[in-house]
Write a protein that binds this ligand. Structure first.
Ligand SMILES: Cc1ncc(COP(=O)(O)O)c(C=O)c1O
Length: 395
């Protein structure tokens, strides 16, 4: 007997970053010293005080047992307190806060908890891959909301047909946006999305994973700041980007109590929650001094400026992101006839630079590349030089 994948799984291509990792390994075995600006995995070390809290916590034997599925009460309280300080929004820590094994896990499982086979979800495109793949794996049907440069990468909700609006069970939105780095300059889209939800009945899932990584004085909003949002929205947050804790696997969802109860129930069948020593360290992350986050923002902003300048030098004009850890740019003119994946392959295999092809974020990402600012300035400049050499070889 040969095991076969489900139709849902078989319908998806391999995960983009698994593919990039394979190409990177190939380049390394051919002798390249690879500069990896592919995945959004922060290179900064997690805060020292958080690492110390983890070490202290793991010495307590109770943290070695199965964790509480809905998270430690002290963590839920720390999340609610952080939220009130940051967004001036009050959350009930018992019903409106749910710790997650990373927000990726929570987003994927939310779809599985809520969707019937064939249910439709409004998904921006390009998007963080789980926003699309999570729907497919849950048996749902993603309905794409194109994001275009000319519209500031905001979806046009008026273009959703009445039938599509009526059918949608969930709408997903994500600002600061991955992969485009776009931000909300006003609350208009959030208000429109909530009006849309009131009219048509879908839940708004708002992915705010990059809320704290903002530059040039920009502050990202929470959808829960909009009146009436608690009836219609859940919001996802991550420790991965804010505190460079991507490998620790911890995030959280806040907002609509019914949706969180369904997600919590679903997770109860699947996982045992986050290891308690990681939860205790996360409490330290949220409750201790926040100067680490401000410093991380300054670091990414400096890198952004250095990379935009270095790319301009090789003739690639790249928009300046106000948030996230990404630059998102049209393929350089000389590479425009190549598809984004071909250009990425060439850069990795011939020049040892990993950047992400736009197509990996969906069909509306084709023609673009995403560069993660996850290396010090000198390496970013070296990468820009190698990209320049690759372009010089193109006819
Ligand atoms: C928009 C967005 N949401 C969620 C995540 C996942 O974060 P986590 O590490 O909390 O699972 C990412 C990771 O890149 C992301 O870009």
């Amino acid at each position: 007997m040969k095991p076969t994948a489900s139709k849902k799984l078989a319908s998806l291509p391999p995960y983009l970053f698994v593919l990039l990792a394979k190409l990177k390994a190939q380049a390394e075995s051919a002798g390249h010293s690879v500069i990896d600006l592919g995945q959004g995995s922060p290179d900064l070390p997690s805060p020292a005080r958080v690492v110390a809290a983890l070490k202290a916590s793991i010495d307590k034997p109770w943290t070695h047992r199965y964790p509480a599925n809905s998270g430690l009460p002290a963590l839920r309280q720390a999340i609610a307190d952080w939220y009130r300080r940051r967004f001036k929004v009050t959350l009930d820590p018992d019903t409106q806060v749910l710790p997650l094994v990373g927000s990726k896990e929570g987003i994927a499982h939310l779809f599985m908890a809520l969707l019937e086979p064939g249910d439709s979800v409004l998904v921006p495109n390009p998007c963080y891959p789980v926003h699309y793949n999570g729907v497919v794996l849950a048996g749902g049907k993603p309905r794409l909301m194109p994001l275009s440069e000319s519209m500031g990468y905001l979806p046009d909700l008026r273009k959703i047909t009445p039938a599509a609006a009526k059918a949608a069970k969930v709408m997903i939105l994500n600002y600061p946006n991955n992969p485009t780095g776009a931000v909300l300059e006003s609350n208009l889209l959030l208000e429109d999305a909530l009006d849309f939800s009131r009219k048509h009945g879908c839940l708004i899932a708002y992915d705010n994973a990059y809320s704290e990584l903002t530059f040039d004085g920009y502050r990202a909003p929470s959808i829960l700041q909009i009146p009436g949002a608690f009836e219609r929205a859940v919001e996802f947050h991550s420790f991965s980007k804010t505190y460079s804790m991507a490998g620790w696997r911890i995030g959280f969802a806040v907002g609509n109590a019914e949706a969180l109860a369904h997600l919590g129930k679903f997770k109860g069948f699947l996982d045992y929650g986050i290891p308690s020593f990681i939860q205790e360290a996360a409490i330290e992350a949220l409750t201790g001094p926040q100067d680490y986050v401000a410093e991380a923002c300054r670091t990414y902003q400096r890198r952004r400026d250095a990379m935009v300048k270095a790319l301009a030098k090789i003739g690639w004009e790249v928009p300046v992101s106000k948030a996230s850890m990404y630059l998102w740019a049209r393929l350089p003119k000389k590479a425009a006839r190549l598809k984004s994946l071909k250009f990425a392959e060439r850069l990795i295999l011939e020049h040892g630079v990993v950047i992400s092809p736009g197509i990996g974020f969906g069909p509306h990402g084709e023609g673009y590349m995403r560069i993660s600012l996850i290396a010090p300035e000198a390496q970013l400049e070296e990468a820009a030089g190698r990209i320049g050499a690759c372009l010089a070889k193109l006819k």
